[in-house]
Write a protein that binds this ligand. Structure first.
Ligand SMILES: Cc1cc2nc3c(=O)[nH]c(=O)nc-3n(C[C@H](O)[C@H](O)[C@H](O)COP(=O)(O)OP(=O)(O)OC[C@H]3O[C@@H](n4cnc5c(N)ncnc54)[C@H](O)[C@@H]3O)c2cc1C
Length: 437
């Protein structure tokens, strides 16, 4: 029986594939986007009041590829009657809730999305020379099977826990599920937050603001030597660029690993305004003379953690890294703000033999973001920090990567792909002034 074969199927609908869907829509391609949830929702349990995006609004779903797109943030504001209030606000930074609302608005205007479609397996039909995408759809979880020539995997990342606290018998709380668990957390007498990135700071600030209402003690503890700021000076921001990706991609693997380890302050720190707000709030409380039932502690590495079901609390062990001294700490509530790791969905098992892997079991991405042996069929979003560098998870580089992927999917450069935007040189300039010795 003759079956319909899509040119491509994209799996997962976070901001990266949503951006691809917006850019693909006017091109009228034969491709669809599958998402397991019933609607678009961007990290819903971290939509904390007033938490903002780390990128200016111009890094919306489309503008850096096509500023004239009807899916731009400015067009959203115009259509929704918000343009003047946004203009008067004089801020480049949307709250995360606003960004989520904008993405949902864009998603509602696209015809190429299929919600409630959970992909469970992929295989390759050698005879028909196409990929077979199988899963369940709708509330009744009815099986579906679809066929396509190419794939774009955009299933996001998954919460990461310290080695000693891998979720198993006990369900540890990660910031990824914060809001759903906030009320229960606030019933505890003591809460400990582990980690010191942006999410940790947002959760700490949120809980600190309500500490008196609920009367808990609040500990914020991190392995980092300080609560460091995300670097956002202009020459550093230039590293989020096509130029830097080109430079980074060509380095050998040990060098890449070494570089990534030293780049924490580019994407793992806390934005300066939030650090200042936390400081001001603490200082204000101190001036008012109340007892500060909080500690902020650096240089402490979590070594062990046990949940005691009888006492309904955690026994946490830390090592103060400068002194090498170990401490025990008891807390009723515990939140891990320990980041996210790349997600290789189990459904790729059926096409594993058609893909390139590195010796650590990660996707071995070609420069064009393809991970298949032919270098032209399976494209990967947001799982290539080890190949393309820290721009991998940055929303500001989404339009660039999607312009690239669209060119590879169609053979046509529909959106101009910038090659050089930085003022600085990441590699030694290839001019007569610099002579290789
Ligand atoms: C709280 C938070 C704030 C962030 N803020 C910023 C920021 O300000 N700036 C920035 O540059 N980066 C930010 N990031 C980092 C990054 O840009 C985001 O994580 C972003 O959401 C990644 O998008 P994504 O499309 O890869 O995946 P996700 O947004 O994680 O979406 C993946 C989607 O795939 C779906 N899916 C998974 N498996 C299947 C399946 N089997 N079948 C169908 N669908 C499936 C999931 O349901 C999900 O909807 C932030 C990250 C977090 C956690």
């Amino acid at each position: 029986m003759k079956q319909d074969v899509y040119e491509f199927i994209a799996i997962g609908l976070g901001p990266f594939n949503l951006s691809l869907a917006c850019l693909a829509e006017p091109l009228e391609l034969n491709g669809i986007f599958l998402e397991r949830s019933a609607e678009f929702n961007w990290h819903p349990d971290m939509l904390i009041d007033n938490a903002t995006l780390q990128n200016p609004f111009i890094a919306d779903l489309v503008s850096l590829a096509d500023p004239t797109s009807r899916f731009s943030f400015l067009n959203y504001c115009k259509e929704e009657g918000k343009l003047y209030s946004y203009y008067f606000r004089e801020s480049f930074y949307l709250t995360r809730t606003e960004y989520n609302d904008y993405c949902r608005w864009a998603a509602m205007r696209l015809s190429n999305l299929r919600f409630e479609h959970e992909v469970q397996s992929l295989s390759y039909d050698e005879e028909a020379q196409c990929y077979v995408v199988a899963g369940v759809k709708g509330a009744m979880r009815t099986p579906f099977v679809l066929h396509c020539r190419k794939l774009v995997l955009g299933v996001g990342t998954r919460p990461s826990f310290p080695e000693c606290c891998q979720p198993g018998g006990h369900r540890y709380l990660h910031t990824a599920y914060y809001l759903a668990n906030k009320a229960a957390l606030q019933k505890k007498r003591s809460i400990t937050i582990v980690g010191s990135g942006q999410s940790a700071a947002e959760v700490y600030y949120d809980l600190l603001q309500e500490i008196d209402e609920h009367d808990y003690s609040l500990i914020w503890i991190t392995r980092s030597p300080r609560f460091f700021q995300m670097e956002t000076t202009k020459l550093t921001l230039e590293m989020f660029s096509p130029d830097y990706i080109d430079y980074f991609y060509e380095l050998d693997e040990p060098t890449k690993e070494r570089i990534v380890r030293k780049q924490d302050s580019l994407y793992k720190g806390v934005n300066a305004s939030l650090i200042n707000r936390i400081y001001d709030l603490l200082d204000d409380r101190r001036k008012r003379g109340g007892v500060l039932r909080t500690h902020l502690i650096t240089n402490c590495e979590l070594q062990d953690c046990r949940y005691d079901p009888d006492g309904d609390h955690y026994e946490i062990e830390f090592c103060q890294l400068d002194c090498g001294t170990r401490y025990a700490h008891r807390s009723e509530g515990l939140v891990f703000a320990t980041g996210y790791r790349e997600n290789i969905a189990p459904f790729v098992d059926g096409i594993r033999h058609r893909m390139r892997w590195d010796e650590k079991g990660r996707y071995q991405l070609a420069r064009n973001y393809a991970a298949d042996l032919n270098g032209s069929e399976i494209f990967i979003q947001n799982a290539g920090q080890h190949t393309h560098g820290m721009t991998n998870q940055d929303l500001g580089m989404s339009c660039y990567r999607n312009s690239y992927i669209l060119r590879e999917l169609t053979g046509v450069e529909h959106y101009k792909i910038e090659r050089r935007i930085a003022l600085q040189d990441f590699a030694i300039p290839a001019t007569a002034d610099f002579v290789r010795l």
